[in-house]
Design a protein around this ligand. Structure first.
Ligand code: ATP
Ligand code: MG
Length: 441
């Protein structure tokens, strides 16, 4: 239950639209940063693949979580920053160059112009730019990852990762929030927010892939040399495991979920043969063991991780030195890090959530730091249209202005793998007879 706290303050609301749960955090300024002061979580998604298709359902759910979080935190704010995920989130690599008549010491405006040129890529009409992230620069042919400020040069090439999301998702979210009296002030890509919350500076430098295993999707982002190397989204997740269990054991969805949480283990070899539970299956009492549950789970989890790895491989973003960090509800499955080590052939770990509350996800924590870094103050209405949206406006200006004679953009095409084939059923040949049925007289 959420209680109204004494005293109200200006604040901001952060929204994590998961496929399992919709989570809202109320944030208030605390010195230079934003602090979580209120929370609300409700089971259920706001739309399909992050796109609100049933507007009335989305409106009711969003209104409920946002109002409850604001009340819980005693926050007056109507501004909302949202994490956008789903297979419509894509990344494309692009370059833009700036040629100068004489060599000059490079200043921020020079970098901005090269970045703007890089971001001026032709996008499909249904996509909108979320982030333009510099991934490196070439200064008179020499490459550097850090901004080459004060370096004397005649030619500057900026390399960027342009992260885009469905315009349909963003427009409809903005409209639904506006109907509810809220204002969508910024949106950020979910895998990047999760990575922001869990990866250590060493992970980001040496190379790491963060894999967020949610209910109906997996988002993964790779960082190396401090910059984003790529991101992918897979339209499958931990809910597939529950569906496999329900099918294999002929039980209902709630029982399957309970079995997964209670007995679930990602590796059959790690299952305890003495760990058993009693269930009612189709009117009969049955004894189900952890080994049997693991026999159903392991192939599916292996498939999900393999799909993630293949998608990242296809995008050419993985390096042999990258480590794996697993987050999300699916990462709570026992033995999943061990399985991921086999699939990725790399060290893997799960990241335990510091705040044990279900209302706070790593994506939510990423949103807090993202919003903290953006300019946000009491009177600054709409100021949070920070990096992404300010740049988007600049990009639109660049696109609408006559082609600048000395800047040049060049896109290399999208690198995200968006849709994959997930097998409809679990890969093991499992018969109901595997379940030891205990008849009661
Ligand atoms: N211990 C566990 N073992 C296995 N699966 C689990 C465990 N705990 C939670 N899950 C599963 O994780 C999923 C929910 O994960 P999570 O809360 O990360 O989803 P979400 O954030 O709403 O989804 P999204 O990826 O869309 O952001 C559910 O399918 C749930 O059954
Ligand atoms: Mg999530």
């Amino acid at each position: 239950m959420f209680r109204a706290r004494r005293g109200v303050r200006e604040g901001l609301l952060a929204l994590d639209l998961g496929t399992h749960a919709t989570r809202a955090l109320a944030l208030a300024r605390d010195g230079d940063a934003l602090r979580v002061v209120g929370r609300c979580v409700r089971a259920g998604a706001v739309g399909r693949d992050g796109i609100p298709m049933q507007v009335d359902v989305a409106r009711a759910r969003l209104g409920e979580v946002l109002d409850a979080a604001a009340l819980d935190g005693g926050v007056l704010g109507r501004r909302v920053v949202v994490a956008i995920g789903g297979t419509h989130v894509r990344v494309a690599r692009a370059r833009g160059s700036l040629n100068l008549r004489t060599a000059v010491a490079l200043r921020p405006p020079h970098l901005e112009r090269a970045l703007d040129a890089a971001a001026a890529i032709a996008l499909p009409r249904d996509q909108e730019i979320l982030h333009v992230l510099p991934t490196g620069y070439r200064v008179d042919g020499a490459r550097t990852v850090r901004p080459p400020l004060d370096v004397r040069a005649r030619r500057l090439v900026a390399e960027v990762a342009v992260v885009t999301a469905s315009r349909l998702a963003l427009d409809n979210l903005a409209r639904i929030l506006s109907d509810l009296g809220y204002e969508l002030v910024d949106a950020a890509a979910e895998p990047l927010l999760t990575a922001r919350a869990v990866l250590t500076p060493e992970d980001r430098r040496r190379g790491a892939v963060v894999v967020d295993i949610g209910a109906e999707r997996i988002g993964a982002a790779v960082y190396r040399d401090q910059v984003l190397q790529g991101l992918v989204s897979i339209g499958a997740g931990a809910a597939h495991i529950s569906r496999d269990l329900a099918w294999a054991l002929r039980c209902d969805a709630a029982q399957a979920e309970e079995l997964k949480l209670g007995l679930g283990v990602a590796r059959t070899a790690a299952a305890d043969p003495t760990h058993v539970t009693d269930l009612r299956l189709g009117g009969r009492r049955a004894r189900v063991g952890q080994r049997l549950v693991a026999k159903v789970i392991e192939p599916r989890m292996r498939e999900l991780l393999t799909l993630t790895r293949s998608a990242l491989d296809c995008a050419g973003t993985l390096a042999s030195s990258d480590r794996v960090v697993l987050v999300g509800g699916g990462a709570a499955l026992r033995g999943v890090a061990d399985l991921a080590e086999h699939v990725f052939d790399a060290p893997a770990r799960t990241a335990p959530l510091r705040q044990a509350e279900d209302a706070t996800s790593f994506t939510g924590l990423g949103l807090v730091t993202y919003a903290s870094r953006a300019r946000f103050d009491r009177d600054g209405r709409g100021r949070l249209w920070s990096g992404a949206m300010q740049r988007l406006r600049r990009v639109r200006r660049v696109l609408s202005a006559p082609v600048a004679s000395r800047t040049h953009g060049n896109a290399e095409g999208p690198t995200a793998v968006r849709s994959v084939h997930v097998s409809p059923r679990v890969g093991v040949d499992l018969e109901v007879s595997d379940v030891r049925v205990r008849t009661r007289v």
